[in-house]
Design a binder for this molecule. Structure first.
Ligand code: BTN
Length: 328
């Protein structure tokens, strides 16, 4: 969904974080100052902090970098560019995963990408809500079709490696991965992956790879997060990498991985995944519905299963499914 052009125009004017007077905005948009005020109010309702100072006008408390399809596409490598078939950027959606999966059912091709500045019903793993404040995160989904459902085994772990690569290319150090697919920075959650698969005829399937990455989580959204989290603003001392650049790096890594995946499979990524793994040797609890299993995390098997030493119950392997892993 795209915003009304006047709302988008005001957003673009204010994005620089400088003051813009109400009369200047009204003149630029050919509308009344009352309309400007009402749009500013709508933007505040979206969670954006806008200061109104008499004699100066309006300004965003924090400058914004809005997503731009041309800027993103121009930064893709020659290898990734032909893999991108659609770059669909929305001002607001319920969830980029939900949207793209619906489009997949309607026949959209592999390599279609959907981004949203804001998700009203962002979804995380195991039924969690994913906080998606306006222009504060990267909310990205990629559609890919596979000839055989078996080809997608371990894909979500492998995508974790692609995310770590992209962030490292953006200059972020201190990263790690937590099974099955959290991206951590110094043990705090920076991003996550929600992979959704829809089966089709003759073993074919459509996969939507959803990626959420925290850039700037404002206090109101932070209150609603029940995990130890971090954003790139905190990591970089207030100077996070460009959002468009980050999207390009993520797409560059993820599209190339998806195209190669039927051949390379998890076998091509598992060793590296283990190198990024944060919690080997730690005492952990696995939650499945109302049940909790406690043990020592030995690692991840070649098939991508979590291997846990459960003491007297022996060594056991677990598939991700609806499991939540908590480090004790
Ligand atoms: C998790 O760690 O729980 C997974 C989070 C995945 C969030 C992303 S944001 C883009 C895409 N759309 C969604 O609704 N969810 C994923």
């Amino acid at each position: 969904m795209q915003f009304h052009p006047a709302r988008k125009a005001i957003l673009k004017l204010l994005a620089d974080g400088a003051f813009h007077s109400g009369s200047h905005i009204a003149q630029t948009l050919h509308c009344s100052r009352a309309s400007v005020w009402s749009i500013i109010h709508e933007l505040q309702q979206l969670g954006l902090e806008i200061n109104a100072v008499s004699g100066k006008g309006y300004r965003l408390a924090r400058p914004l970098e809005l997503l731009d399809a041309e800027v993103i596409a121009a930064q893709l490598s020659a290898e990734a560019r032909p893999l991108l078939t659609l770059l669909d950027i929305h001002d607001q959606l319920d969830s980029t995963n939900t949207y793209l999966m619906a489009q997949a059912t309607a026949g959209l091709a592999s390599g279609a990408v959907c981004l949203a500045e804001h998700q009203t019903a962002g979804r995380g793993r195991v039924g969690r809500v994913w906080q998606s404040p306006f222009a504060g995160n990267i909310c990205l989904s990629v559609l890919w079709r596979f000839e055989e459902q078996a080809s997608v085994a371990g894909l979500s772990l492998s995508i974790g490696v692609a995310l770590a690569h992209a962030l490292r290319r953006a200059g972020i150090a201190g990263l790690g991965l937590k099974w099955p697919n959290d991206v951590l920075w110094q043990a705090r959650k920076l991003g996550g992956i929600l992979l959704e698969v829809s089966g089709e005829a003759h073993g074919r399937c459509a996969v939507v790879v959803g990626i959420g990455l925290n850039l700037h989580i404002p206090p109101a959204a932070a209150e609603a997060i029940d995990q130890d989290w971090v954003d790139l603003g905190q990591i970089t001392g207030g100077a996070p990498p460009s959002r468009n650049r980050l999207v390009a790096l993520l797409l560059d890594e993820v599209l190339r991985l998806l195209a190669d995946y039927p051949e390379r499979g998890l076998a091509g990524y598992i060793e590296e995944w283990r190198q990024w793994h944060c919690h080997a040797g730690r005492a952990v609890a696995l939650h499945l519905g109302g049940k909790t299993i406690v043990g020592t995390l030995l690692g991840v098997s070649d098939a991508g299963l979590l291997v846990l030493d459960c003491g007297e119950a022996g060594v056991k392997e677990f598939a991700s499914g609806e499991l939540r892993l908590r480090v004790l």
